[in-house]
Ligand binder design. Structure first.
Ligand SMILES: NC(=O)c1ccc[n+]([C@@H]2O[C@H](COP(=O)([O-])OP(=O)(O)OC[C@H]3O[C@@H](n4cnc5c(N)ncnc54)[C@H](O)[C@@H]3O)[C@@H](O)[C@H]2O)c1
Length: 246
């Protein structure tokens, strides 16, 4: 019960890392507002778990951050933990990237994260305790072909989070970001279901396997708990040793 009576928002909670994190937070005693797009399975995946309140909401819509924070206040009674996990990727070479594609990725990965942080911070300040956990990627510090907007957006997440950590530490609020490596989720399933791609990525890691959503959820649990009180502004790499070598 490491999150007993904590009120947590998890975005992108219908699939992969967000789904696993919402479940783990609930198992550890938190009340969770689980947010995902209306087209996702958000209204089904957490059925039967009383401490998870699902919310079908695209986080990039006008007014969405306001609606999410109000829902957390109304249904949970506040916001102690904000796990900004929803994210999207794309794969296009720089010359071919339409501006709409750049904006689509930044709107989810950075803009919506920023707005949710902005609105959650005053609520956390009032209670004198808060945990912001933003999901970046190992691609915040590295790159791969076709990932310019994704890498740039995840580097943006890191910069945003470090600055929040600096500005809000004095209010009992910590802000950290997670850099997941190759995790088997809705985002990566299509690639990793191809045997040769899966084998290459398994071999790239030191522990010789792909990550599972729970591997990231456990890191998020630490960052959400009282135990991480003196940890702020860091990027927690959870990648099975993927990035050890050059
Ligand atoms: N899977 C990996 O290998 C990996 C590696 C590094 C970082 N990440 C990051 O982890 C996070 C979670 O991704 P995942 O791998 O679990 O993928 P996923 O596709 O399984 O889950 C992402 C969820 O975010 C939701 N989402 C997307 N846009 C949204 C929007 N506008 N409003 C509300 N919800 C929205 C999707 O519907 C989906 O349910 C992302 O930020 C991703 O960039 C994943």
């Amino acid at each position: 019960m490491r999150l007993k009576d904590k009120k947590a928002i998890v975005t992108g909670a219908a699939s992969g890392i967000g789904e696993a994190t919402a479940k783990l937070f609930a198992e550890e005693g938190a009340q969770v507002l689980a947010v995902d797009r209306p087209e996702s399975a958000i209204l089904e995946v957490h059925k039967g778990v009383a401490s998870i309140v699902p919310m079908a909401q695209d986080i990039t819509e006008d007014g969405a951050p306001e609606r999410i924070i109000s829902e957390a206040k109304a249904r949970l009674g506040g916001v102690d933990v904000l796990m900004n996990n929803a994210g999207v990727s794309g794969r296009t070479f720089v010359e071919e990237i339409p501006l709409e594609e750049w904006d689509r990725i930044f709107n989810v990965n950075v803009r919506a994260q920023f707005l949710l942080c902005k609105l959650a911070l005053p609520v956390m300040k009032d209670s004198g305790w808060g945990r912001i956990i933003n999901v970046a990627s190992v691609m915040a510090e590295r790159t791969d072909y076709g990932l310019a907007p994704y890498c740039a957006s995840k580097a943006g997440v890191a910069g945003l989070t470090r600055t929040i950590a600096l500005e809000y530490g004095k209010f009992g609020i910590t802000a950290n970001y997670i850099l997941p490596g190759p995790i088997y989720t809705g985002m990566t399933q299509q690639n990793f279901d191809q045997e040769y791609i899966r084998t290459v990525w398994e071999k790239k890691t030191a522990v010789r396997r792909l990550g599972q959503p729970i591997d990231i959820a456990r890191g998020a649990l630490f960052l959400a708990s009282d135990e991480s009180e003196y940890v702020t502004g860091i990027g927690l790499t959870i990648d099975g040793g993927l990035t050890l070598r050059t």
